[in-house]
Design a protein around this ligand. Structure first.
Ligand code: ADP
Length: 656
């Protein structure tokens, strides 16, 4: 109903103008018809179409056309509007009102948009001119062109403003600023400029001032929103045509009135299209730069996430290209491969020397990096790394070829480094451990086999006397006893390294007294008071028991063992404990080696597994302490000295 009222109102306004009906000058109603059909989308038989047809017929009859012409004009009006709608929906499907959601904000859409209006209204004008000529006779070419001019002019300003307004009102908030980049003061200034310029151009008819009018359109198009710019075109369009019809201004001064009207109409169409081109060009530029800003921000964010992830990886990671340029590196890589003075440089990386795990020096082409750069995937290659002034390390290196850098034509690879020095040492330790275990268990087993075979032989011969049998059995039991002892020590060795520490205050003096009692050696072990330590009582007991056991065992024949244990605070955090004996002592060259697994200094006359002291050292080391073996400073025998955390210092630290 609103559309119908607006259509009728505009059509009746045109009645005032000379040349009503087909000759009517101002016809904004044409734009309203297209907008009406676009927004309501009725079918050809729809209520809106019927209403439009009725209103158009009434308007045409009222403006003075004869019934035949009025019917023809009405049919053409409705037909060209329907065609314009069909073409707009087909050619500009992304546009709000034509099936899409976007406002008119790209110059690219302007061409099909204007083409749809020109084609539909051009065809309408042709049909109307031919039809009226047939009914009324005479030539109607000039009238046809005029009809086209005013319909196009009306469609360009009305449909554009209508679609932009509709899109804005229905789009979700927040919406773009109506004033665009400008402020209210500039709006007032631009409006005043428009009024003054149009005033001058329309008053000083003799001066060719129409060109300055374009400046107002450019101002609005470049500084204000597209909607405001199109409303500006709508208003100045109305003003121009209104003044011209009333005989005011440069267009009314043209000698042939109808030519003047035509020029005025094309002037309005021209400023409207110019405004649209400028405003949509600006919109597109802004959208592109906003998009660019957004993708820059996204790229920055992604880079920060990537850096955080790469930085938090504990393995060394670098991306390197074939010229040796380091494209990416993380902190772990510079800690692992660098000299500790900061990030890696290409030079520092390639100055590294590396040997294969079996001792051969790798030449440049065999290095994992070179292999990955050649396109080979490297899985955990083990390499010995030697950097001047640093201990030798074993690295596990993986290399993954990356897509080629096409711009600089270089191959690239991702290299991952892991320090496996400890793992490697462990593996080797385990291998030698397994070898020794196998050997040490096989010996008593072979002895058992041998003695039992002899028993069997003697039994077969029938001359096994009880004394011999007892002797053989004793040897078998001694061998199996050695095996049991070895297995017990092996178990202790395994658990001393893996058990979690359960720390609490331990009184070494009381512990020594208990151990001496358990070994029935109270008279031989003397313990002076020892300051309390913070330790795992089970493991410490095992360590001290081993030391006292050795001190009781490694004495010369006929010598009564005498053992003394004493302790004192050393430094602010430690307690140093000494176990001193009067035994056979340890040769100087063996004093460090006795702590190695299976190493025995006196293997001829004394039984043992060679694991006791390695267990002791492992336990002390796990408590962050140290242990050494020395000669007894006051005479024969040895002295074992170890440190443990003092209880009160540790407690004070915990309390702090
Ligand atoms: P095991 O006693 O089972 O042989 P240990 O690891 O306890 O193994 O000791 C390693 C070696 O150190 C012993 O074989 C022995 O030669 C030497 N040793 C250990 N304690 C003493 C000690 N108190 N006096 C002399 N030698 C010792």
């Amino acid at each position: 109903m609103g559309f119908a009222v607006a259509y009728l109102a505009f059509a009746l306004l045109s009645r005032e103008a000379p040349g009503a009906g087909f000759d009517s000058v101002v016809r904004p109603a044409g734009g309203i018809a297209i907008l009406w059909l676009l927004l309501r989308q009725p079918g050809l038989a729809g209520l809106d179409t019927a209403l439009l047809t009725t209103v158009a017929y009434v308007a045409n009859s009222v403006t003075g056309a004869d019934p035949g012409v009025a019917a023809l004009i009405t049919a053409t009006n409705v037909g060209q509007s329907v065609l314009a709608v069909v073409l707009l929906r087909r050619w500009c499907p992304s546009l709000w009102g034509c099936g899409g959601t976007r406002p008119l904000d790209r110059p690219r859409v302007l061409a099909p948009y204007c083409a749809a209006l020109v084609v539909a209204l051009g065809l309408g004008a042709l049909v109307a001119a031919v039809g009226v000529a047939a009914i009324e006779g005479g030539e109607q070419t000039a009238e046809g062109i005029l009809w086209f001019g005013r319909n196009l002019c009306s469609a360009l300003v009305m449909v554009t403003a209508g679609l932009l307004l509709g899109q804005r009102l229905t789009s979700p908030r927040p919406r773009r600023r109506l004033l665009g980049e400008a402020g209210p003061v500039e709006l007032v200034a631009a409006t005043a400029f428009t009024v003054v310029m149009y005033g001058l151009a329309f008053v000083l008819v003799d001066e060719p001032l129409a060109f300055v009018l374009l400046a107002a359109t450019v101002w609005f198009a470049l500084r204000f929103s597209t909607l405001l710019s199109s409303l500006h075109s709508l208003l100045v369009g109305f003003a121009t045509l209104g003044l011209t019809v009333n005989g005011i201004g440069p267009f009314a001064a043209v000698e042939r009135t109808d030519l003047g009207y035509l020029v005025a109409q094309f002037f309005v169409a021209a400023i409207s299209v110019t405004g649209m081109i400028l405003a949509t060009g600006r919109d597109e530029r802004q959208a592109l730069s906003a998009e660019l800003r957004r993708s820059q921000e996204e790229a920055l964010y992604e880079a920060s996430v990537r850096d955080a992830v790469i930085g938090s990886i504990t393995e060394g990671l670098i991306v390197v290209d074939q010229t040796g340029e380091l494209l990416i590196q993380n902190g772990a890589a510079s800690a692992l491969l660098g000299d500790g003075t900061g990030p890696l440089t290409s030079d520092s990386r390639f100055a590294l020397s590396s040997w294969s795990i079996d001792g051969a020096e790798l030449d440049d082409s065999q290095r994992p990096t070179a292999r990955a750069l050649r396109g080979e995937t490297v899985h955990g290659a083990e390499v010995v790394l030697r950097i001047d002034g640093q201990p030798e390390r074993v690295l596990s290196i993986s290399g993954i070829p990356l897509p080629r850098d096409e711009i600089r034509n270089r191959s690239r690879a991702l290299m991952i480094f892991r320090d496996v020095t400890e793992e490697h040492a462990h593996r080797q330790e385990l291998a030698s451990f397994a070898g020794v275990v196998a050997h040490d268990l096989r010996n008593p087993l072979a002895a058992i086999d041998g003695w039992t075979e002899m028993i069997a032989d003697e039994l077969d011969g029938g001359d096994l006397d009880p004394q011999t049998a007892r002797e053989f059995v004793a040897r078998v039991r001694s061998s199996s006893g050695r095996m049991r002892e070895l297995i017990r020590d092996l178990l202790a060795h395994a658990t001393s390294g893996s058990r979690d520490l359960d720390l609490c205050p331990v009184d070494i003096g009381a512990l020594v007294a208990e151990i001496a009692a358990a070994r029935h050696a109270e008279d031989r072990v003397v313990c002076e008071p020892v300051p309390p330590v913070l330790a795992d009582p089970v493991l410490i007991r095992q360590a001290v028991d081993n030391l006292i056991g050795n001190a009781l065992k490694y004495v010369a024949p006929g010598v009564e063992p005498e053992i003394s244990v004493r302790g004192r605070r050393s430094g602010s955090r430690l307690v140093t404990v000494q176990v001193v004996d009067n035994g056979i002592g340890i040769p100087v060259a063996e004093r460090e080696r006795v702590f190695e697994e299976f190493h025995r200094a006196h293997y001829r006359d004394y039984e043992g597994s060679g694991l006791g002291l390695s267990i002791v050292r492992r336990i002390i080391t796990r408590h962050d302490g140290t242990i050494v073996a020395r000669a007894n400073p006051t005479g024969r025998g040895s002295l074992f000295e170890f440190t443990l955390p003092a209880y009160d210092a540790a407690a004070a630290q915990l309390g702090a």
